[in-house]
Design a protein around this ligand. Structure first.
Ligand SMILES: O=C1O[C@H](COP(=O)(O)O)[C@@H](O)[C@H](O)[C@H]1O
Length: 245
């Protein structure tokens, strides 16, 4: 059965960050406890800033367990670290207990860390059909169609066993640790957060199922039975809206 995608389009990156922060606030406040996997890269930065500024005192942060969908294999103070970006823009500004922050140890041996982090996820989350279930996974999208750190030349990561695996950035060769597709698709709610015209081509192909859509890992993110949202700004949505790819 084809899954309905819930789509929201905002005027610009700032409006997207505000709109998604409001959605996130309603989501976490509608339940006593939430486990969330965050995306990395640059797109969530504005969203984290809105949360720190406008929702700092309106969210019970102690009820949220934070994980990541992927991490670069670098120390936590390295400029590429997804954890560092989140810490600087969100965690340093809110009262989050350290036990609620489940960081991927990018400085550790990648294979061992993929196993260890998978174990940590398995210990904290409840399971359905032998897979851990995130309440919410926030995902970004690369202009090459990658999501989390599942790249087009590593499609096997969508199906691989294990909760986490080591991935390699196809251009830089940088090692990454990523959730596998099976774990992502087991989440109850998945939200893509995508901004900018640079992503509009790939967004259009994925959502309209045109062009090279079958080559993009993000095309295979469909959570069975849960909700799948795409939050876009006008730039990212432009090709999709014109239907011209
Ligand atoms: O490398 C990554 O890329 C994607 C997209 O990043 P962005 O900078 O274009 O927002 C991101 O979702 C992923 O977590 C990250 O590690």
């Amino acid at each position: 059965m084809k899954q309905e995608v819930e789509l929201e389009i905002f005027e610009d990156p700032r409006a997207l960050a505000s709109g998604f922060a409001l959605w996130f606030y309603n989501f976490v406040n509608s339940r006593p406890k939430t486990n969330v996997a965050l995306s990395g890269g640059s797109t969530p930065k504005l969203f984290f800033q809105v949360l720190s500024n406008e929702y700092k005192d309106r969210i019970d942060w102690s009820g949220i367990q934070f994980f990541w969908g992927d991490e670069r294999c670098v120390p936590p103070d390295h400029q590429d670290s997804n954890y560092l970006m989140t810490r600087k823009n969100l965690f340093d500004h809110i009262g989050i207990p350290s036990k609620n922050v489940h960081r991927i140890l990018g400085e550790s041996d990648p294979e061992k860390e993929a196993q260890r982090y998978g174990q940590e996820i398995g210990d904290v989350l409840s399971h359905r059909d032998s897979l851990p279930v995130f309440d919410l996974i926030i995902l970004g999208l690369g202009s090459d169609g990658h999501t989390a750190s599942i790249f087009p030349d590593q499609m096997h990561l969508l199906q691989d066993a294990g909760y986490c695996q080591v991935a390699i950035h196809p251009d830089s060769g940088q090692q990454r640790i990523t959730l596998t597709g099976k774990v992502i698709n087991q989440a109850d709610n998945i939200c893509f957060l995508v901004a900018g015209e640079g992503k509009s081509g790939v967004v259009g192909e994925i959502l309209n199922k045109t062009g090279d859509w079958e080559k993009y890992p993000a095309s295979y993110i469909h959570n069975s039975g849960g909700s799948l949202h795409w939050f876009l700004d006008r730039g990212a949505a432009s090709v999709f809206q014109n239907g011209k790819n």
